[in-house]
Design a binder for this molecule. Structure first.
Ligand SMILES: [Zn+2]
Length: 441
């Protein structure tokens, strides 16, 4: 870390103009407790790393223990270990490792501190420790240090637990002892994966195909307890959902979702693409220019809180119609993936599905909803406040109160901007009467 480097706290400013003063102060204060003068070079590095963790600016409300407390506990941790080593107390040292592993399972932030063992191809010559001590290990070490910092900041820890955490940090920073750290994390990872696999088969047996809501809730809780399992499952599922995703993309499996669950996306799309709908509708991928707009529509307006359940519902309805056994299995996994996974892959898939649905509605104009007494004849009508309000009132009359509120909210955030664009568009082209209207609400 150089003075002129960008500060790692994320402020975008130079280190010397941002956190350096606080970091230096923390290092000084921890050093005073430890007696930095008598330290080995490695001891000094550990203190500096810890000072860094303490001094870095925090965005949210955290509760980093003060440097004096951390210095005292670090000193205690070193003393305890030295005593055990001097006495040649193997049992005591093993106990220390075991306690650190327990801590890795107990604190929410530390639960993320794992080694992605499933990514390695194990053959007879493969030595994971050697591997972790090289390039890969460097990346993991940086991430591990960050997770330890987050745990210091946000997890509730007793003094004993803090001391243990500092013991682990020392192992991570000290070259000679890094293997102790990796060994602990590796054991914990394997332990978690086995426990999670056992628990999920119990949950499956009890809930799957009987009570899907219960099943999802239980699996979600399991993922909170074992985040590494979510990651592993997510990566293996990503390969297995391919047939189902292809079938959905090719329109072989028809997904039906109601208008309210994509209305925000329709506005985003009209705002960003009104001039070139033909181009958009023929797109097989989400056009990059639309990504930020869709992000806004999906996330800021909580759109996918409505979109996602509708897609999962529709998929489960389609399950009965699918004759192909392989595809059915893949579909089941796609549903699980969409319901439970949170990673970049899922998000990309979600955006893609979302745009497809937006296009389906746009191609389907005019869109008649006779029960609601509403007909959206062209883009302009989709952005017409009165018609949108009529649609919302209709949803309300069907007891879809949250959905009605969502429609009004989406109109407030995106509707006016879309209305302008739609007006420009319709003054250019007057025709727009392809396809049939379909909306299951
Ligand atoms: Zn900073």
């Amino acid at each position: 870390m150089e003075r002129n480097d960008i500060c790692p706290c994320g402020s975008g400013r130079k280190f010397k103009k941002c956190c350096q003063e606080r970091v230096d102060d923390a290092v000084r204060r921890i050093g005073r407790e430890i007696g930095l003068g008598d330290c080995t070079a490695e001891g000094r590095e550990i203190v500096e790393t810890l000072g860094f963790m303490c001094g870095m600016r925090v965005e949210e409300e955290g509760h980093m223990p003060d440097p004096e407390t951390l210095g005292r506990l670090l000193q205690d941790a070193w003393n305890e270990e030295e005593r055990l080593r001097d006495r040649g107390d193997e049992v005591g040292l093993k106990g220390l490792l075991d306690r650190f592993q327990e801590l890795l399972g107990e604190k929410p932030y530390l639960r993320h501190l794992r080694v992605p063992v499933w990514q390695f191809d194990f053959d007879e010559d493969f030595d994971i420790m050697e591997y972790l001590n090289r390039t890969w290990g460097y990346l993991l070490a940086r991430r591990s240090a960050e997770l330890i910092r987050l745990s210091l900041l946000y997890d509730d820890c007793s003094e004993d637990e803090l001391k243990l955490l500092l013991t682990g940090l020392s192992w991570l920073v000290a070259d000679e002892q890094r293997e102790l750290f990796w060994w602990s994390v590796l054991s914990r990872t394997q332990n978690d994966l086995m426990s999670a696999a056992r628990e999920i088969s119990e949950i499956s047996e009890k809930y799957r195909d009987k009570d899907m809501t219960g099943f999802y809730a239980k699996v979600e809780a399991l993922f909170d307890k074992f985040p590494v399992y979510r990651k592993m499952l997510s990566e293996s599922l990503a390969e297995e959902i391919e047939p189902a995703v292809t079938a959905v993309m090719q329109g072989k499996i028809k997904l039906e979702v109601p208008l309210y669950s994509v209305l925000g996306g329709i506005y985003a799309t009209i705002s960003g693409f009104a001039e070139s709908f033909e181009e958009l509708l023929s797109c097989r991928r989400v056009p990059p220019v639309l990504l930020p707009l869709l992000d806004e529509a999906l996330l800021d307006a909580d759109e996918y809180e409505f979109f996602l359940p509708e897609v999962v519902n529709s998929l489960s309805e389609r399950m009965d119609e699918v004759q192909d056994g392989e595809l059915e299995k893949s579909l089941g996994k796609l549903m699980l993936y969409l319901s439970l996974m949170f990673d970049d892959n899922r998000y990309a898939l979600l955006e893609y599905l979302y745009l497809r649905h937006v296009c389906t509605f746009l191609v389907g104009l005019p869109l008649a909803l006779p029960e609601a007494g509403v007909e959206f004849k062209d883009l302009k009508d989709l952005c017409d406040e009165n018609l949108v309000e009529k649609y919302a009132a209709y949803l309300e009359s069907r007891n879809l109160v949250e959905e009605a509120g969502h429609v009004r909210g989406v109109y407030r955030s995106f509707g006016a901007r879309a209305r302008e664009k739609a007006a420009e568009h319709s003054s250019r082209s007057r025709e727009n009467a392809r396809g049939r209207g379909c909306d299951k609400t």
